[in-house]
Structure formats: structure tokens, C-alpha cells
Design a protein. Structure first.
Length: 163
């Protein structure tokens, strides 16, 4: 399957919202609890430093996305943060890896030197293995740092990598 990673456009928003809201609804990875509407999604994605989509070369379907933005301000403004999402039925096809690699490449173009993930859910083993394979280091564990949709708490694991 040929995949293109490119900046998102206005026409991508409906598919991006499907992917984003699917992950929010699953309640096991993203901290957000409210689905994005077309209006709130337009504002949200436009407010990021960079937003990209993974598009299928044939057919043009959006299969995944990522957002890149500062993790902090001022003296810590060189540290960025990102979130990745892949359409449920497309997971396991290395789309997430392509998104992370593109993000690692884009970060320095915006002046970022470190990419930090604040809240990788401990049970998200596929993401954790990917990050570790790509050179991210776990900073520790925050016990019970993530509340799942079912109300139970699970640990989160911050990660970082220099760019």
C-alpha cells in the first residue's frame, strides 16, 4: 500500500475528524473526552504548528494524521509534542511509523530540538514499542495518570527523543 504523508487541507477535515473522534470515543489513548465538530476541528487542527495526513496513494483515502506543536513556552519552547492517529481498520500496517518518522523530520524545521510525549498510556504497547524502536526513551511512569472511558485508571509513560 503506497502512503503519502503531506500537510492537511480543508477537504481532509471530514476524514480527519472520523479518525480523531474514533480514537477519542475508544477512550484508551487520547486524553480528550469530547468529539470534535467540523468547526471545532477546523480551529483545532489550524492552531497546531503543523498538521499532516497519511493518504493512500491510490484512492486518496486519509488513513491517519498527526499534530505537532510546542510542549511548553519560553525557555522550554524548543520541546515539541505530537499526537498520532490511524484509522482503526488500517492499524498494524506501519502507517503510524510513517507518521512518527515524518514528524521527527518536520520538528527541526520549526525550531524544535526535542520531541516529548507527555502521556503515552502504558497499555498502548504497540505505540510504546514503536517509540522505543525509533529511539525514544521512557522518562518514568506516572501511576494512574490516565482515566479510561470505563472509569479505571492506568499508568502513563512519558517519552522523549532529541531531534
Amino acid at each position: 500500500m503506497g502512503i503519502i504523508i503531506r500537510p492537511y487541507g480543508e477537504t481532509d477535515l471530514p476524514e480527519m475528524l472520523e479518525i480523531w473522534n474514533e480514537i477519542v470515543e475508544e477512550g484508551v489513548a487520547f486524553p480528550q473526552e469530547e468529539a470534535l465538530t467540523l468547526e471545532s476541528g477546523r480551529e483545532f487542527f489550524a492552531a497546531q504548528t503543523y498538521t499532516a495526513v497519511a493518504q493512500e496513494e491510490e484512492g486518496g483515502q486519509v488513513l491517519g494524521l498527526y499534530i505537532l506543536h510546542p510542549n511548553n513556552i519560553g525557555r522550554c519552547g524548543h520541546i515539541c509534542n505530537a499526537s498520532y492517529g490511524v484509522r482503526r481498520e488500517c492499524r498494524g500496517k506501519h502507517i503510524g511509523e510513517k507518521l512518527v518518522l515524518d514528524c521527527i523530520e518536520k520538528g527541526p524545521q520549526y525550531g524544535f530540538q526535542i520531541l516529548q510525549f507527555n502521556a503515552v498510556v502504558a497499555t498502548n504497547v504497540h505505540a510504546r514499542h514503536l517509540y522505543e524502536r525509533l529511539g525514544f526513551r521512557q522518562l518514568g511512569t506516572i501511576p494512574g495518570g490516565f482515566r479510561r472511558k470505563d472509569g479505571t485508571y492506568v499508568d502513563i509513560c512519558p517519552y522523549y527523543r532529541t531531534l
